[in-house]
Ligand binder design. Structure first.
Ligand code: ATP
Length: 520
């Protein structure tokens, strides 16, 4: 049964295609699973999200610098990082629906359902008992809730052990014990659980020569670790400092059914922050808070974000959490913040035989720094912006005279919008297009403008709403007389007459990336 949210995701996907944001890859050949192309508006939005991240990291943080490392790297790097041996997901198939799932996700979803049951019991009781209700007391004494909690704790523990020990029989047993049914067939007819390595590999060198198996990087982080000393020395960086990188990553995901949420080729924005051993927890807390502030400053609604602590820590981490976003599919991971200890640098020291240490001139000591990582998916950021910006609105009678009384508007934060302003001559005659083009030529060096002179002005407004253009400037006959134009605000649809002289600075102020960054 389709839920409201499934409908929203479907609408966002078709809107994204219709208005040039996201196209399925290789569409004329029927597409390529979990790979997407960004269209003329999508690439602008994506670049603006990158700019928001990049400038925040490398411009407003005085101790962070950038890097652009290659996608191909020496194959031993992926041995050292643990990816060759451990970058696996457990997969399981339902024999009836023939659908494939990640076994750990099935278990986590089942645990999530038990948690929902507890929440429902608490809500019911809160209503029954009124003001005197003590939720904690209720949770620790109510028989049904205690039973659910016991099941949750046991399942979490078994999941953790199965993942840590790579025990796939236990993983399958857990699915059976939790009575997980396939959402499509409704049956519990599962295959064995198998481990599946997510890295894509290819060969470097011609076939005749000695070929070398190399991998498409599954994360950008390793490019930062292996350049740690290069950057530290040439940039004369003092600990604590960070290295930021935006780039493509590739994972042969088992299940890739959620549009650009889970892709096989995607982009990451990662920052590795190098700190003194023992200070990592304080920096972990610092980056948790900073990254949340960065997200919330966009104005997509603070209630749409939450932290989710990891119970199953990766082999390299001593603390980890996600920032989850309320996507159309529910709250899911948008960004990961991980305290990676000295695992990566130490491991690269071991495999390369080179020292990767920092000389602390204050204490006269060498040490391998600890690392706190922030890692956010650019495509997931894109989806968070697009899905929360998508709105279908009913309009008051006067608003929708010509074009019906509904509109679809993307309330994209102005600094991220693909076009900042549309410049529209009211009619395609009487010198109005020339006047409009003169404004465009003056503005185009400062921000991205859109020009259109076909169709009724109302239809043109609707098209600009649908791609999230914050302002429409209309040039009419009065403009020719007194150099004033009307400016229509995308969100309120209010129009205001202002002089061309003040126009640029007013728009600039509203769409400025610098103003957004200042609020963080
Ligand atoms: P998930 O649990 O959803 O598979 P992950 O924990 O494996 O994600 P990380 O390895 O922490 O993800 O990667 C950091 C970030 O990269 C994620 O928070 C996410 O935003 C993004 N990301 C990871 N895998 C994908 C993917 N297949 N498609 C798009 N973005 C991804």
């Amino acid at each position: 049964m389709a839920t409201q949210d499934d409908n929203l995701l479907k609408k966002v996907i078709s809107h994204a295609k219709e208005y040039g944001f996201v196209f399925p890859s290789s569409e004329i050949y029927d597409g390529l699973s979990a790979v997407y192309d960004y269209g003329q508006n999508g690439v602008e939005l994506k670049n603006n999200i990158k700019e928001y991240w990049w400038k925040f990291m490398t411009q407003t943080q005085e101790n962070i610098v950038g890097l652009d490392s290659a996608i191909f790297m020496h194959p031993t790097i992926w041995k050292a990082s643990g990816h060759v041996d451990a970058f696996n997901d457990p997969m399981v198939d339902n024999k009836d629906s023939k659908k494939r799932y990640r076994a750990d996700v099935l278990v986590e979803d089942a645990i999530g359902k038990l948690e929902d049951k507890i929440e429902k019991e608490v809500e019911k009781a809160a209503k029954r008992f009124g003001e005197t209700f003590d939720a904690n007391m209720f949770k620790s004494t109510n028989g049904r809730v205690v039973e659910y909690q016991k099941k949750i704790d046991e399942a979490n523990m078994r999941l953790k052990n199965a993942m840590t020990n790579g025990n796939m029989d236990e993983m399958r047993q857990l699915i059976v014990d939790l009575e997980v049914a396939d959402p499509i067939s409704g049956t519990r007819n599962w295959t064995e659980v198998r481990q599946f390595n997510l890295m894509f590999s290819t060969e470097m060198g011609s076939v005749a020569e000695d070929t070398n198996k190399i991998y498409l990087r599954p994360e950008t982080a390793q490019g930062i670790f292996v350049n740690f000393l290069n950057v530290q020395k040439t940039g004369r960086m003092k600990i604590p400092f960070g290295i930021a990188q935006i780039g493509k990553a590739f994972r042969n995901e088992i299940v890739a059914r959620q549009f650009i949420f889970r892709m096989r080729e995607f982009e990451q924005m990662e920052m590795q922050f190098f700190v003194k051993p023992g200070e990592e927890m304080q920096w972990y807390e610092f980056w948790k808070a900073k990254r949340m502030k960065w997200h919330q400053t966009l104005g997509l609604g603070s209630e749409n974000y939450r932290y989710h602590d990891h119970l199953n820590l990766a082999h390299y981490a001593n603390a980890a959490c996600d920032i989850q976003f309320n996507f159309p599919m529910g709250f899911k991971e948008l960004e990961g913040i991980h305290s990676r200890t000295d695992f990566d640098l130490k491991s690269h020291e071991k495999f390369s035989g080179k020292k990767l240490q920092y000389f602390d001139s204050e204490t006269n000591q060498n040490y391998v720094p600890y690392v706190v990582e922030t890692s956010v998916g650019l495509d997931r950021m894109f989806l968070s912006v697009l899905s929360s910006a998508y709105k279908e609105e009913k309009l008051a009678a006067a608003e929708g005279k010509e074009e019906g009384n509904e509109r679809v508007v993307l309330t994209i934060p102005p600094a991220l919008a693909p076009n900042k302003v549309a410049i529209l001559p009211l009619m395609k005659k009487d010198g109005l297009p020339e006047k409009a083009l003169a404004i465009l030529n003056d503005f185009k060096h400062d921000f991205r403008c859109y020009y259109e002179d076909k169709d009724t002005i109302g239809r043109r407004y609707r098209r600009m709403d649908a791609i999230g253009t914050p302002f429409c400037v209309t040039v009419d006959h009065q403009t020719l007389q007194d150099d004033t134009v009307t400016v229509r605000d995308r969100d309120t649809m209010k129009q205001e007459r202002i002089s061309i002289q003040n126009l640029k600075s007013q728009i600039q102020d509203a769409v400025s990336m610098a103003n957004l960054l200042k609020k963080i």
